[in-house]
Design a binder for this molecule. Structure first.
Ligand code: ADP
Length: 481
């Protein structure tokens, strides 16, 4: 057994070498001992802190709180706590503290022994988790506020079932919270057959990209009627797959669109009738004057006839667009020689547009089945557009190429081109890449919509490539029969 001097030496070595801080203060609170661990944790050497109070180390701790804690220790209880400390370099640290009362050999209290452990890392991790929890709770509250406000329909669903829906959504579809709670509200069942493809595409987008862009569909209401809806969704869980979506009832907008479509259809019919008579009379007059050889009035009448034709063409386009919209455009089914059709179209157009050479190349035999007049309408539209939108050029190139299954017709111009941002819209009804107030090019934005639909009905594809200021290429591909 070591003697008492060795024992003291032994204790001093332990105190100096442990990683925890060992700090002793006298009863007045002045630091009287400071080990290496304390130096390591707080960054002060013993000579910098001896005689000072622990307030230097814990500036955020109020002296009243400190006094209260020390009173407990004086009463004989060890104090355990976690204090926020400050290192010499100003950084914040967290110390796990145990304070014990020290006694003299006679048993009188002579000071406090504080043992401290640096728990900064653990504390920071805990604080981070708390912050994240608070942020999550905050965002959950925000989302809940939106759901409960019932301004828009909100639905949470999985692959099949509606798991949760707010009242706004249930009102749209005529179901109740009980229906949702029963777990049998299957959203595929309430999706009308014609909207299955877009709905499947949306689910695929959700699975692959996590969100699906808003799209229009309809749901069956509980009473069997349909309600048109704009819907957009975001996946919030992959496994099991769950998503949250907003839904807006767009009945009013759809009604308005329908009224507008009906108006366009009725108005174009009403405009067409008197115009057809006007055209008939003009041509009759031309024939009569020709027969009587009264040639001096003929140029004026022919100009009149031309203008009437222009208007007939516009009204026919309006009628076609209306019919397409209502799904009522009929198509003949006949064998169409595309080479011949392109030649005829060009021969017909060339005299009217002497400013441009309509150059046809690559005339291979190409027979498709479809409506000759409608396909002719597509080529006429693409070629007249190419001429109209290339006022400073003098050529439009038309190329026909075939593969065993497909005929490809390319109409290329060297004109104004189409700005990138407009490209994906130009096949939409009434869409014009140029401001309607821009008087340079007249038009109503229907030709490409009609052409696109006709080509689609023939099982083909119409695409565009264009560069602003350089020109455009429209490519039609049609299946060969
Ligand atoms: P529009 O009656 O306006 O010509 P279209 O439906 O035929 O209607 O074309 C839609 C829009 O696409 C046009 O307004 C025009 O901005 C653009 N466009 C069509 N063809 C061309 C082309 N060859 N070159 C440049 N822009 C074109």
């Amino acid at each position: 057994m070591a003697n008492s001097e060795e024992l003291i030496q032994f204790q001093a070595t332990i105190l100096a070498s442990i990683q925890e801080s060992v700090i002793v203060t006298d009863l007045q609170g002045s630091i009287t001992y400071w080990n290496k661990g304390a130096e390591h944790i707080f960054g002060y050497t013993a000579s910098e802190v001896l005689g000072k109070t622990p307030a230097l180390l814990y500036p955020t701790l109020s002296s009243d709180a400190l006094q209260a804690d020390l009173q407990h220790v004086l009463a004989g209880e060890d104090y355990l706590g976690e204090w926020e400390g400050r290192r010499k370099d100003g950084t914040t640290i967290w110390i796990d503290i145990r304070t014990t009362l020290m006694h003299s050999l006679e048993g009188a209290p002579i000071g406090f022994l504080g043992l401290g452990k640096d728990v900064t890392q653990r504390k920071q991790a805990e604080m981070l988790v708390q912050q994240q929890k608070a942020a999550l709770q905050h965002s959950q509250e925000q989302a809940r506020r939106l759901i409960d406000a019932n301004i828009i329909g909100v639905v949470i669903a999985d692959n099949r079932h509606i798991l949760e829906a707010n009242d706004a959504f249930l009102e749209m579809v005529g179901y109740t919270q009980e229906d949702v709670k029963s777990g049998r509200l299957d959203w595929w069942d309430i999706t009308p057959r014609e909207f299955l493809p877009v709905s499947m595409k949306a689910v695929q987008e959700l699975q692959e990209q996590g969100i699906c862009a808003p799209f229009e569909k309809a749901y069956y209401r509980k009473d069997g009627s349909q309600v048109p809806i704009l819907i957009g969704a975001a996946r919030f869980q992959q496994d099991p797959f769950q998503w949250v979506c907003f839904a807006l009832d767009i009945t009013e907008r759809k009604d308005l669109e329908q009224r507008k479509d009906d108006f366009i259809s009725i108005a174009s019919h009403e405009l067409k009738a008197p115009l057809s008579s006007l055209k008939g009379f003009t041509q009759l007059l031309i024939k009569r004057l020709e027969r009587k050889a009264q040639v001096e009035e003929l140029p004026l009448l022919r100009k009149m006839d031309e203008q009437v034709n222009r208007q007939v063409k516009l009204i026919d386009e309006l009628l076609d667009a209306s019919k397409i919209q209502a799904g009522r455009l009929d198509y003949e089914e006949e064998a169409v020689d595309l080479t011949l059709l392109l030649r005829e179209t060009i021969e017909q157009l060339q005299p009217t547009y002497p400013t441009h050479i309509l150059a046809l190349s690559g005339t291979a035999p190409a027979i498709t089945v479809g409506d000759k007049d409608r396909l002719g309408q597509v080529f006429t539209n693409l070629i007249t557009n190419a001429i109209k939108y290339s006022p400073d050029a003098n050529t439009v190139e038309i190329l026909l190429a075939t593969s065993p299954q497909t005929a490809t017709i390319r109409v290329r111009d060297y004109g104004v081109g189409i700005p990138q941002a407009h490209l994906k819209h130009i096949f939409e009804r009434f869409y014009r890449a140029y401001d309607s107030r821009n008087k340079v090019f007249s038009g109503l934005g229907m030709g490409l919509y009609i052409a696109y639909e006709i080509v689609k009905q023939h099982g083909g594809e119409l695409i565009v490539e264009s560069e602003e200021g350089k020109g455009s290429t429209f490519t039609v591909s049609l299946p060969l029969k």
